[in-house]
Ligand binder design. Structure first.
Ligand code: ADP
Ligand code: ASP
Ligand code: MG
Length: 401
């Protein structure tokens, strides 16, 4: 008998028929003699719909109230799924994130899990029933509801798997596994049988929404057996694990991220300490900076260009505008009509020519590159958003077909 955590995303529980489909998968796993903890997301587009409802009221909602609002979506799913399991003759109990023991920090809308108190889940499992937990939510030290950021139910599932030392964590979704690119953008994308934690972490961080990057980080840290598979099609999915045959594919995937804003600070003094001042201002506000480019100094000034997550655009803009006089900069410009497109593969460490193949594919499609960044296992370019899907296809063709 194994302990298995199964997570089902929003599209997998979108309506009555989908909920019964999920209930049957869970019931089969339970009847095979396993202990099962299920984590679910809000149904279909519920989270987006709730965000729109808030926007009808205010354009500057308190993040605390947003978390209170968004957490309600998952609560609907856990109750409905537990009822469906009951209809199939399987004893089940639903638990909110706070009942399930998710203790988070105070960062509303992007809280991190501080610890898991698993007594309640364990005592409910001991009653020989399925435990259905609301993903994406927790409680902070003020006893206020927090959410873990978009796509956070994946992280909830892996966190439970870590805390309970589960034998397996299965992430069920609306595609059959992890592909070499988003199969909705690249029709020839191929399903991967396995991918390493490091490659999956890069792909997830670079926009491949199929797994939340923090869930991969956790799974790697605790050595969780992780599998991504379809809730609609019972075929083998993708295994995410520590080491994968290095002689295998050179490139594991191509990812696109359109949730990017690019800032240019114009005319900052060309002297020591300027970058430190700029980026410490942003880090104090917990804004993550990604690609950074510094122009060559001219007339004792230079330009600093960098990307931040689109969600932080407004905050970053106001922080930088306020700081212009202190930084001695002339102006700040911001664009959000850009996308970051990346190739990922551990094989590129020992294989020259990956960058030139990527840039050639873009050149042949007349796509202009604004910024470039690299690490040992990935190359990213910043391009116009309008070119992004064409770029993903061109790069995918160059490496994978
Ligand atoms: P869920 O609601 O189950 O959490 P998501 O919408 O968050 O599902 O993630 C699944 C989606 O991720 C797929 O429908 C697919 O369009 C997208 N996706 C992006 N990149 C990839 C990739 N490399 N492999 C598989 N799916 C991907
Ligand atoms: N419902 C949340 C979202 O849409 C969490 C999740 O689906 O993982 O982001
Ligand atoms: Mg998701």
């Amino acid at each position: 008998m194994a302990l298995i955590v199964q997570k089902f995303g929003g599209s997998s529980v979108a309506d009555r028929d989908h909920i019964f489909n999920v209930a049957r998968i869970v019931a089969d796993t339970y009847r095979d003699g396993n202990s099962v903890v299920v984590v679910v997301s809000a149904q279909g587009d519920t989270t987006d719909d709730l965000m729109e409802k808030a926007a009808e009221i205010t354009h500057a909602p308190s993040l605390r109230e947003m978390d209170m609002l968004l957490a309600s979506g998952e609560q609907i799913s856990i109750a409905l799924l537990s009822m469906a399991l009951g209809e199939l003759g399987v004893k089940a109990i639903s638990l909110t994130g706070w009942q399930a023991g998710f203790k988070t920090d105070r960062n509303y809308s992007k809280a991190r899990i501080r610890r898991m108190e698993t007594e309640r889940i364990e005592s409910e499992l001991a009653k020989n029933q399925v435990v259905v937990v609301a993903g994406f939510q927790g409680l902070n030290s003020h006893e206020d509801v927090t959410t873990l950021g978009r796509g956070g139910s994946d992280t909830s599932a892996v966190a439970i798997a870590c805390a309970l030392k589960a034998d397996l964590c299965q992430i069920y979704t609306d595609v059959e596994g992890v592909y070499t690119a988003d199969p909705r953008i690249v029709r020839s994308a191929k399903k991967l049988d396995v991918i390493s934690f490091d490659e999956m972490l890069e792909l997830a961080s670079l926009g491949a929404q199929v797994l939340n990057n923090r869930s991969v980080e956790l799974a790697k840290k605790y050595g969780i057996n992780l599998e991504v598979l379809s809730s609609l099609n019972p075929v083998p999915g993708t295994i995410v694990k520590e080491v994968v045959d290095m002689e295998g594919m050179l490139i594991k995937g191509v990812a696109k991220d359109v949730n990017v804003a690019v800032f240019s600070l114009i005319g900052v003094p060309d002297q020591p300490g300027v970058s430190f001042k700029v980026f410490s201002l942003l880090s104090q506000r917990k804004i993550n900076v990604d690609i950074i480019l510094q122009s060559v100094g001219r007339d004792n000034t230079k330009d600093l260009t960098f990307t931040v997550p689109l969600a932080d655009k407004t905050l970053a803009e106001s922080v930088l505008k306020d700081a212009l006089p202190r930084l001695g900069a002339k102006d700040v410009k911001v664009r959000d009509d850009v996308a970051k497109v990346s190739v990922v593969g551990a094989g590129m460490q020992s294989y020259p020519g990956v960058a030139s193949t990527m840039f050639e594919a873009l050149y042949e499609n007349n796509i202009n590159i604004h910024m470039i960044s690299t690490s040992e296992i990935k190359i990213s370019v910043l391009i116009d958003k309008a070119d992004a899907d064409r770029a993903v296809n061109a790069i995918h063709d160059a490496f994978i077909n």
